[in-house]
Design a binder for this molecule. Structure first.
Ligand code: GTP
Ligand code: ZN
Length: 348
């Protein structure tokens, strides 16, 4: 893995989050969410708006130029009255009810489709909406499409620190913290009990601030976290990986936008798609690398999600057994759980 590529990615993500222009391939882009500053519009620097294919479809634009490949982002001409408020209304599907009248828009030819696609992925990594202003200005960071794979490569993970951490579910536990040169999020593993020669009981838990900390009833994360800890403690040897992949990898702010769309009637799958993201943007190679660094190559996995089993096996971790994790539904999450069963193949 190239340190230089990881650095470029980290700088690009940081710049996007601060609203600074980033050069991605041949495109100089500003994230609309953070960088739609008044002086950009006043100075005539905005040459276009780059949107995800999903957003273009909602705005009835997808077929103007992207007919050959409906997955490609779409570039549109900036409307003459464009300002920060209108650009955000164009970018953010969760605001559509508040700003229903937009357009018509005209698509422009997209001359850098690969760079445009990488920009969408960078936005997700930055926890931002995948929507950009194409600008004519100097850039504060440079990113090449080939840098993305190096950035997302889990090999650059290492153990940074470990210490005993008795928890209410298991007194004999140790917390292991990981770090990566590329990713600012510190993943952790709670190792419970002592190795006994059998495959450990493992839970891959993706961060859910709303469920884990605030007791949200919209999902099953909080109860799953506690149930998993108890099952691992009962087995006397196991590991809970706490992965900093909030909102299935789209970040907290975008997850709240997905929740706003769910309040408007979209389910968890369609809300993600409408925002321009994959249904599940998580990459379980990080989890596999965390296990490898603990010298664990075979596991009994607590999950209802066949994608987690497949994700670990694809990375060379043997899943000897899948252990279901059953949580009673409540009136707020029954539809969410049914959607996971019916649309993402969860075994409930
Ligand atoms: N984007 C999005 N993320 C959500 C939503 N509800 C919960 N999440 C996130 O989903 C993740 C929780 O998924 P997990 O419980 O790890 O995994 P799972 O895919 O349900 O599979 P299991 O192992 O069976 O629980 C957390 O990162 C939550 O923040 C939602 O409506 N939209
Ligand atoms: Zn949750």
């Amino acid at each position: 893995m190239s340190d230089a590529a990881a650095k470029r990615a980290a700088r690009a993500i940081d710049a996007l989050r601060r609203g600074w222009p980033v050069r991605v391939g041949g495109l100089t882009l500003v994230a609309i969410e953070t960088g739609a500053a008044a002086e950009l519009f006043a100075g005539g620097q905005v040459k276009g708006i780059l949107l995800s294919s999903a957003r273009a479809a909602t705005l009835k634009l997808a077929n103007q130029f992207a007919a050959a490949d409906t997955q490609l982002p779409v570039l549109i001409a900036p409307p003459s009255e464009l300002d920060a408020a209108l650009s955000l209304a164009i970018a953010d599907p969760s605001l559509d009810l508040r700003y229903p009248f937009k357009g018509p828009f005209a698509a422009l030819p997209l001359e850098q489709p690969e760079a445009a696609q990488v920009a969408m992925e960078l936005a997700r990594e930055a926890g931002l909406l995948p929507a950009f202003l194409l600008v004519e200005s100097d850039a504060d960071a440079e990113f090449a499409p080939a840098d993305l794979a190096a950035f997302q490569n889990a090999d650059n993970l290492c153990i940074a620190a470990r210490a005993r951490l008795p928890v209410s579910a298991a007194e004999d536990a140790e917390l292991v913290a990981y770090r990566s040169v590329a990713d600012a999020a510190d993943h952790v593993a709670l190792v419970v009990g002592q190795r006994d020669g059998s495959p450990p009981v493992i839970r891959l838990h993706s961060e859910c601030l709303t469920g884990d900390v605030l007791g949200s009833l919209k999902c099953d994360c909080g109860p799953q976290l506690h149930e998993a800890l108890h099952q691992i403690a009962d087995a006397q040897w196991g590991v809970l990986l706490y992965l900093r992949q909030e909102g299935r990898g789209i970040g907290l702010v975008n997850k709240l936008r997905a929740y706003a769309l769910q309040d408007q009637g979209f389910d968890t799958v369609d809300a993600n798609i409408r925002l321009g993201f994959a249904v599940d943007a998580r990459d379980f190679s990080v989890a596999a690398q965390m296990l490898r660094l603990l010298s664990i190559s075979e596991v009994r996995l607590l999950t209802n999600n066949p994608e987690k089993v497949a994700g670990l096996e694809a990375e060379g971790i043997k899943v000897a057994e899948r252990l279901p994790l059953k949580i009673a539904a409540n009136p707020h999450n029954a539809h969410y759980l049914a959607t996971k069963r019916d649309r993402t193949g969860h075994k409930l």
